[in-house]
Design a protein around this ligand. Structure first.
Ligand code: C2E
Ligand code: MG
Ligand code: MG
Ligand code: MG
Length: 280
């Protein structure tokens, strides 16, 4: 009897949505309206040359200000966008907003002509069959010169369909834009095929950067990534630089650029011109 009741009780629980899945369903339905309600905006984090300390560009990072819950981190809402397919529309919005904003800064002389705005692509966007068309149309519509745009993809997005990926990246680069591999070192990409990929930049993941001062293994990994990149003719950007000691080691290791809280957190667009001016 008791056993049977237990079974019935667990049955009951299984039929109810778990708290996690109802939170998720709630997020999903608010995300459907977030764009039209203007709850989404881009934050921009400066990228700076390690040696000259000159301004190199910004990474655009999506932010969601929910009407009642407040700011929701990308780590929470980007996966929901990805699973529901909403990322295609939101991602296109991000590319367009970033290009429009950067073209405005260029025209106002707020950022150098050779600097870049980087936009993250999700796996689903990368597999979208009209990605190239979207990028081309956005450049035309916003007037942003192609060499001022960089797209960031991750290693894991390149693991399958190697030839198709290389072809897509070539076509994107023929438009004149740059391509960066984000979070480099956290995936398992084959180093052998890295040499065949038409890319411009490796971004060393924060994981290998943050403890570089105390951890000799991390320093060795960062050093190897920097040498590998340079031997392949690529530039290197270190992510997550929080203090000057880390920056000094990156300089010794020959790292080209960095971004991190040490120079600036991701910031509102209005704060970027002052941050750029600080680099001159
Ligand atoms: P990511 O592309 O690797 O972006 C870098 C992340 O590191 C950002 O987190 C940034 O705020 C954080 N960061 C930068 N400097 C430091 C530092 O010195 N210390 C620490 N602890 N963190 C630092 P954020 O903005 O929370 O974004 C997380 C991830 O969400 C991004 O990682 C990216 O994968 C994704 N994401 C953000 N915006 C977009 C977007 O527009 N589209 C897509 N597909 N993904 C996006
Ligand atoms: Mg990124
Ligand atoms: Mg990154
Ligand atoms: Mg990262």
């Amino acid at each position: 009897q008791a056993k049977q009741q237990g079974r019935q009780r667990s049955q009951l629980y299984e039929d109810q949505p778990s708290p996690i899945s109802s939170v998720r369903a709630g997020l999903e339905s608010s995300l459907h309206h977030a764009l039209e309600r203007d709850e989404l905006y881009l934050a921009y984090q400066p990228q700076v040359q390690v040696d000259s300390r000159r301004f190199a560009g910004v990474e655009a990072l999506m932010r969601w200000q929910h009407s009642s819950l407040g700011s929701i981190p990308p780590a929470v809402f980007i996966p929901v966008l990805e699973d529901t397919g909403l990322i295609e529309a939101f991602g296109e919005w991000a590319i367009r907003s970033a290009c429009r904003q950067y073209q405005q800064w260029l025209q106002q002389g707020q950022v150098p002509d050779n600097s870049k705005v980087s936009v993250n692509l999700s796996p689903r966007q990368f597999r979208q069959d009209n990605l190239e068309q979207i990028v081309r149309r956005t450049l035309t519509e916003t007037g942003l010169p192609a060499h001022n745009l960089m797209l960031e993809i991750t290693e894991s997005m390149l693991m399958t369909s190697v030839e198709q990926n290389a072809e897509l990246l070539s076509r994107l680069r023929e438009l004149g834009i740059g391509v960066a591999i984000d979070d480099f070192g956290t995936g398992y990409s084959s180093l052998a095929y890295l040499k065949n990929l038409p890319i411009d930049v490796l971004k060393i993941d924060r994981m290998f950067v943050k403890d570089i001062v105390d951890n000799a293994d991390d320093a060795a990994i960062a050093h190897s990534i920097i040498n590998l990149a340079h031997n392949l003719g690529l530039k290197v950007i270190a992510e997550g630089v929080e203090d000057v000691e880390v920056l000094e080691i990156l300089s010794l290791l020959g790292c080209d650029q960095y971004q991190g809280y040490y120079f600036a957190r991701p910031s509102n667009a209005a704060d970027i011109p002052d941050l750029v001016a600080r680099c001159r």
